[in-house]
Design a binder for this molecule. Structure first.
Ligand SMILES: Cc1cc2nc3c(=O)[nH]c(=O)nc-3n(C[C@H](O)[C@H](O)[C@H](O)COP(=O)(O)O)c2cc1C
Ligand code: SF4
Length: 403
């Protein structure tokens, strides 16, 4: 059962429209500097500074600018954005409107995960109410801001959460990542300057304009300000959505969720890092182990190779196939893990698979292929006591991309 104590989240005492009203009363430059003072970095995983993104989009040339809220939430083990959209959507829409004011955008799009279709009617109703209340449309709250929001349904693939694939999907194309640069802030939706932010990022922005930049900055660490939502699942007593300050140690988090005797924890979903119990003193923040919010707890009876096999099956399925390192590499890493399970993998093959994994990290076009080898490398480096290698003479030839 998922235990989601939403009344314990900071969002529960934030009020709809207050942060937005405060932001619209400031000049644009002050909105950007307030966001910068808060130190907020994007909550979608990469941790890009929000103020920099908004400022660059504001400076970019374009006929029209867009704000996209990334609600694709496809990372395995992540469900905190769903809770936000269910219980605190007004704060997300306020945040999108503040972003539009700061970046000079006139249109907003909520890109909603296909599996969250059941949320759509409620969200559309909320948008209708906001138009009636002057929180969307022309001259929002008596200001000069004209801005409205539409909802688009996601394409149903994990890679559509990657911001350039998301934009392709919005344009009606296959959701395949673009080469970058140009970045969306310069050439995004229909080649116009576009801010893409995660649901949680936008909800925190509303709180920052209600509670103050210092309220946010005073929590977390030097390089990772503020509180963060975590989706906790797996072998623990109290899975659910939690709010903790950035910089919490893995051990502290596990105590809170009833997972103290864990064998290892996957931080950041399938594309994140597998941290063994010997490293539970590490901090969850951009300076140490970064995460978009997914925390999957593995108990003592879990086998490391099974975990790797499960995630690599996911990546093999979800690779969009555009670039060879990812298309071919995930298949080969999965095969390698199965050979390790069967006891048919040699040292020579393992070393060549390691090379392959490192090449994928460097040569893949987008974050999917750059991060999918993490689980392979973490398992073979940390859990080499869980498999045995066969002699080179009995093994298949070396493994290379394209071979
Ligand atoms: C394969 C892949 C999937 C992603 N999925 C999501 C997602 O579901 N939600 C999200 O906010 N960001 C996702 N991202 C990150 C986005 O590309 C982008 O960095 C993010 O939406 C920016 O928002 P932020 O600056 O507020 O973090 C994904 C990235 C990759 C490489
Ligand atoms: S890394 Fe994978 S998902 Fe990304 S563009 Fe290449 S094939 Fe597609």
């Amino acid at each position: 059962m998922i235990n989601t104590p939403t009344n314990q989240l900071s969002f529960s005492d934030a009020s709809c429209g207050t942060g937005l009203k405060n932001a619209l009363a400031m000049p644009r430059a002050k909105v950007i500097s307030t966001v910068s003072d808060s130190g907020i970095r994007g909550r979608g995983g990469a941790g890009f500074p929000v103020s920099v993104k908004w400022n660059l989009c504001g400076l970019a040339k374009g006929d029209k600018k867009f704000v996209v809220c990334n609600a694709d939430e496809g990372e395995p083990g992540t469900f905190k954005d769903r809770v936000l959209l269910d219980d605190f959507a007004a704060l997300v829409f306020d945040g999108m409107t503040i972003a539009a004011y700061a970046a000079g955008a006139s249109e907003g799009i909520l890109y909603l995960r296909a599996e969250y279709a059941y949320l759509r009617d409620g969200l559309e109703e909320m948008l209708r109410m906001r138009r009636k209340e002057g929180l969307l449309g022309e001259n929002i709250l008596g200001s000069k801001l004209n801005f409205d929001i539409q909802i688009f349904m996601g394409g149903g693939a994990y890679v559509c959460g990657e911001e350039t694939a998301l934009i392709e999907s919005l344009e009606g194309n296959r959701g395949e990542p673009r080469n970058r640069p140009p970045f969306p802030i310069d050439m995004g939706y229909f080649n116009q300057p576009t801010v893409v932010n995660n649901v949680e990022t936008l909800a925190w922005v509303s709180c920052i304009f209600e509670k103050g930049a210092a309220w946010f900055k005073d929590q977390g660490t030097e390089g990772s300000a503020g509180p963060k939502l975590f989706s906790v699942s797996g072998d623990c007593q109290k899975g659910g959505v939690y709010e903790f300050p950035m910089g919490i140690t893995i051990a502290e988090l596990l105590t809170q969720v009833g997972g103290d005797d864990a064998k290892c924890v996957q931080i950041g979903g399938a594309s994140g890092r597998l941290v063994p119990s010997s490293e539970f003193n590490r901090r969850i923040c951009f300076e140490d182990v970064a995460t978009g919010g997914s925390i999957i707890v593995f108990g003592q009876n879990r086998k490391a190779l099974d975990i790797a096999e499960n995630f690599l099956e996911f990546f093999e399925e979800e690779s969009c196939g555009q670039c060879t390192p990812c298309r071919d590499g995930n298949e080969k890493l999965l095969k390698g893990i199965r050979m390790l399970k069967d006891g048919t993998c040699s040292m020579q093959r393992l070393l060549s698979l390691k090379d392959l994994a490192e090449t994928m990290q460097l040569a893949s076009r987008c974050g999917l292929g750059q991060s999918s080898p993490n689980i392979f490398l973490d398992v073979i480096n940390q859990y080499d006591n869980e498999f045995e290698l066969t002699s080179d003479a009995n093994s298949e030839p070396e493994c290379r991309i394209g071979a």
